[in-house]
Design a protein. Sequence first.
Length: 215
Amino acid sequence: MKIKVNPALIAAPLAFCYKLMAKSLRFEVEGLENVTDVLNSKKTVIMAVWHNELLALSAYSIVKKMPYVTIASDSNDGQIITDILERIGYEVVRGSSSKGGLKALLGMTRVMKTKGRIGIITMDGPKGPRHQVKQGIMAIAQRTDSLIIPMRAYLERPIVFEKSWDQFELPRPFDRCKIFMGTPFQITDKKLSHTMLKSEADKIELEMKNLGSGF
């Protein structure tokens, strides 16, 4: 017999524990002015992050009350994730990465423009390959005239899930976390051929891999 579980019953305690963990972390931030300067200019912003660093970066958003908007899938798991994210201050647009992905991304952009929220997207999510930028995000950034800002998180003592596709990192309570925010990246306004799309994706991928690499 399959037992149906109310996602809200799972999400509420998970979100509560996550908030407690987030507030225990000790953050150091470099490059915050890159975000504030762009937001003051009224440009829409997409924070580009890696999937394995998402928990640490979201923890930072809790502490600093950063007004993020993101995308979660239409699946049952996506509903649980949505309930958790909304409880920690995110606005969530539902959409599949394979079906309706463009619609979800454009919906996220509308929220960014009308509510002043900051977009956050896992550039290698939801299923990888690890630390490889998906080219479709480049086209969306151009279409919506959004700036892309790379963002990285380096935990001092992360719990690493070695067998996961991205080597997902779980922060330990009271750990140190260094946050890096890179230089805003503007996609070319030229028509994006397949070659140019790959070139733009390669640029942002290199920037993300180098950001904070000497830390």
